[in-house]
Design a protein around this ligand. Structure first.
Ligand code: BG6
Ligand code: MG
Length: 217
């Protein structure tokens, strides 16, 4: 019998493709600050908290400012980002997500969401997925950001499950690291070249059946 009793999903890049909106907002901020921010640079921000993302962006632009100014810039970026996410609807749910989650439910697997984003509630509401998760842990509910395992450990504990009975689905290196540190199985969603440390890597949730997952772990 499978050891898997719970699945914890990252949000950005696993359930919905919001990375493109984060990119547009960060690029606009970089533009205002007078430098170009490439798509390759944006890869470094995946899975990383808002303030840490800003630090990386400022490092790329070789800009040094105090903490108060950083807070203002982060807020500015977030306001632009929110303009995009407020326009989202269910058509932005990634391929295979709804199907895969319902297959898991049929197999009595518990479902949680574990995201670094403080906009999680808004996004889930906009795409109509708030009720798909028994437990939701987002950036407002943790003290330490990924790659710290706090977000996944909290999710498992609220599901009443042990870490070794949980699988984490993640598109970011920081998230895979966090899940591994939590002692969970990891499924990388994206490219094998980037998500080297994951137990398995799939291109998206459309590419796996719940039965396959349960037979693997
Ligand atoms: C993660 C994204 O899910 O959330 C990061 O991958 C983002 O790119 C982080 O910086 C924080 O998001 P937010 O919505 O709180 O700014
Ligand atoms: Mg992600």
């Amino acid at each position: 019998m499978s050891k898997v009793k719970g699945c914890i999903f990252d949000l950005d890049g696993v359930i919905v493709d919001t990375a493109k909106y984060h990119y547009l907002a960060w690029k606009r901020l970089a533009g205002e600050l007078g430098f170009y921010f490439s798509k390759e640079d944006n890869e470094r921000l995946k899975g990383v908290s808002r303030m840490r993302s800003l630090d990386i962006l400022l490092e790329i632009g070789d800009i040094q400012i105090d903490y108060k100014s950083k807070l203002k810039l982060a807020e500015k970026k977030n306001n632009w980002y929110r303009e995009y996410i407020l326009e989202m609807d269910s058509s932005e749910i990634l391929d295979g997500v709804i199907d895969f989650i319902s297959q898991l439910r049929e197999n009595n697997v518990k479902i949680a969401l574990g995201s670094a984003s403080k906009n999680t509630e808004t996004i889930l509401e906009k795409v109509g997925m708030t009720n798909c998760f028994e437990v939701i842990i987002d950036g407002n509910k943790v003290v330490k950001a990924k790659p710290d395992p706090e977000v996944f450990l909290k999710a498992a504990s609220l599901l009443n499950l042990r870490p070794q009975n949980c699988v984490v689905f993640e598109d970011a290196l920081a998230g895979i690291k966090a899940a591994k540190m939590a002692g969970m199985y990891t499924v990388g969603v994206g490219s094998k070249d980037i998500l080297k440390d994951a137990d398995i890597v799939i291109p998206g949730l459309h590419a796996i059946l719940a039965n396959e997952l349960l037979s693997l772990f």
